[in-house]
Write a protein that binds this ligand. Structure first.
Ligand SMILES: [Zn+2]
Ligand SMILES: [Zn+2]
Length: 200
C-alpha cells in the first residue's frame, strides 16, 4: 500500500511556499501561523495579471484537524491590467480570504493535497488569486472612458462630440412616425383547437 506518486513536474519545481507540517500533524488541535511571501507563476486572467516575479504575501493559520490541516487567512497581491473603459494601465491590490482543507489523498474537487510531512501552499494561493483577479479592471471607479465618436480619453480631455442618444428615449422616437405594429395576442387559441384529441 503506497500513496499515489507525485507527478515529476511538480517535484522538480522549487516549492517556495512549502511548509513542514510533521510536528503539527503529530498534535491534533495545534496551530501555527505562517507569514511568508513568494513569487507565484501563471497568475493571469484575460483582463489582469500579477506581474511575473512579483511577490504574493501569505498570512495564514495552519490548524491540525483530525483528517489533515485547515489553512485559513489572507493572500495579498498587486494586480495589473488595462482599464476596460480607457485602455490605460490599471492596477490594484487583491486581498483574498482563504479557508481550505488539505488532506492526504482527498477529493481534489473540495480539498488540497497534503504531501507527507509537507504542505505546499502554492496551489491554494494560485487558485485564490485567479478567482479574485478582475476580468474587467478599471483604472478608477469613475473612469470616463474613451469617446465612442472620436476616441479621446475623456479623463484627459473634453471633445465636442454629441453624446449618443439616451436609449430610454429610443422607443418613443420610433413610435412617432412609424406604423404601429399590432401583434396577435399570444395564446389566442380557439377552444376547439385547445381541446385536443381526447374524444372517444
Ligand atoms: Zn480608465
Ligand atoms: Zn469625442
Amino acid at each position: 500500500m503506497s500513496s499515489a506518486p507525485v507527478p515529476p513536474q511538480r517535484r522538480s519545481r522549487v516549492r517556495l511556499l512549502a511548509v513542514p507540517v510533521a510536528s503539527l500533524l503529530r498534535e491534533p488541535g495545534s496551530r501555527r501561523r505562517v507569514t511568508t511571501s513568494a513569487a507565484v507563476e501563471d497568475l493571469a486572467v484575460s483582463g489582469s495579471r500579477v506581474r511575473d516575479g512579483a511577490e504574493v504575501a501569505v498570512d495564514v493559520l495552519l490548524e491540525s484537524v483530525h483528517d489533515g490541516v485547515l489553512v485559513s487567512g489572507t493572500v495579498t497581491a498587486t494586480w495589473q491590467g488595462a482599464c476596460r473603459r480607457c485602455l490605460e494601465p490599471a492596477q490594484g491590490e487583491l486581498v483574498v480570504e482563504v479557508r481550505e482543507l488539505c488532506v492526504e489523498a482527498g477529493d481534489e474537487e473540495t480539498t488540497y493535497p497534503l504531501d507527507g510531512d509537507e504542505l505546499d501552499l502554492e496551489p491554494i494561493v494560485h487558485d485564490a488569486c485567479i478567482l479574485a483577479l478582475p476580468l474587467a479592471p478599471l483604472c478608477e471607479e469613475g473612469c470616463l472612458g474613451l469617446c465612442p465618436e472620436c476616441g479621446v480619453n475623456r479623463n484627459l480631455e473634453q471633445c465636442s462630440c454629441e453624446p449618443p442618444p439616451d436609449p430610454r428615449w429610443g422607443s418613443l422616437s420610433l413610435t412617432g412616425g412609424g406604423t404601429p405594429q399590432v401583434r396577435p395576442a399570444r395564446g389566442a387559441t380557439r377552444p376547439d383547437e385547445a381541446a385536443g384529441e381526447t374524444a372517444d
